[in-house]
Write a protein that binds this ligand. Structure first.
Ligand code: DX5
Ligand code: ZN
Length: 218
């Protein structure tokens, strides 16, 4: 069994006090801080860029996981690496046939790399990069906004991805992102996901230590 890591998405945090929010969720047990970067072009929302990540970095020793929902991500990889991201994930849908070289570029910038696929993209599309990545991220909502409803059709894809990862014999994380709640957490874990993104579920809960513990242990 791979280690379960809980990754609160700061998209649902209070942006006016981001440093404190990140420090608080770290103290309350977050393993990973999930950073949703949106450009208003790849997705219909705008969130934040490398400056927020750089200035938040001193508030936490947890893993900074930058999920880039932007067009031409290769243009910004060096900036996100320099800002303090520990891992940068890029969408297959944004990279197309440049996915492999973008992943290599991330590695060359000294950070871990991951590939992301949308709910309607098949796992087979990233098979050719499975040996290049540290993490595979499966979207369980269409990216753009927090607080959306989990798409259950993604469950068989989690199982499929877990099998693909197992075949490599490598220590590759399998992350699930979108609509994770107390109700469906067990389903995604049983299917094989070990890095659990949760935005609204964590930040809407007054007792963050309790919700993070629940998500980890249930
Ligand atoms: C969606 C983002 C997710 C999202 C998660 O575009 O990638 O990380 O904010 O939020 P919840 O957990 O509220 O669905
Ligand atoms: Zn995300």
């Amino acid at each position: 069994m791979k280690k379960i890591k809980i990754a609160p998405s700061i998209l649902s945090a209070n942006f006016a006090k981001m440093g404190e929010e990140i420090a608080e969720i770290t103290k309350n047990g977050a393993d990973v801080i999930h950073l949703d970067v949106m450009d208003g072009s790849f997705v219909k929302n705008i969130s934040f860029g490398p400056k927020l990540i750089k200035e938040s970095r001193p508030y936490s020793k947890a893993v900074f996981d930058a999920h880039l929902m932007i067009v031409n991500p290769w243009n910004y990889v060096p900036q996100f690496a320099a800002a303090g991201a520990d891992i940068i994930t890029v969408h297959y849908e944004a990279c197309g046939d440049k996915l492999k070289e973008t992943l290599k570029m991330i590695k060359d910038n000294g950070v871990k790399c991951g590939a992301v696929i949308n709910p309607n993209t098949e796992v087979k599309e990233i098979e050719n990069v499975i040996d290049d990545i540290d993490m595979l991220l499966l979207m369980s909502v269409y990216p753009g906004f927090g607080g959306q409803k989990f798409i259950p059709e993604v469950l068989p894809k989690i199982e499929q991805a877990a099998k693909l990862i197992e075949k490599t014999g490598k220590d590759i994380d399998l992350e699930i992102d979108g609509g994770i709640t107390k109700e469906n957490i067990k389903l995604v874990k049983d299917a094989g996901a070990n890095v659990i993104v949760a935005g609204s579920t964590v930040f809407n809960e007054p007792d963050r230590a309790a919700i993070i513990k629940y998500l980890r242990e249930v």
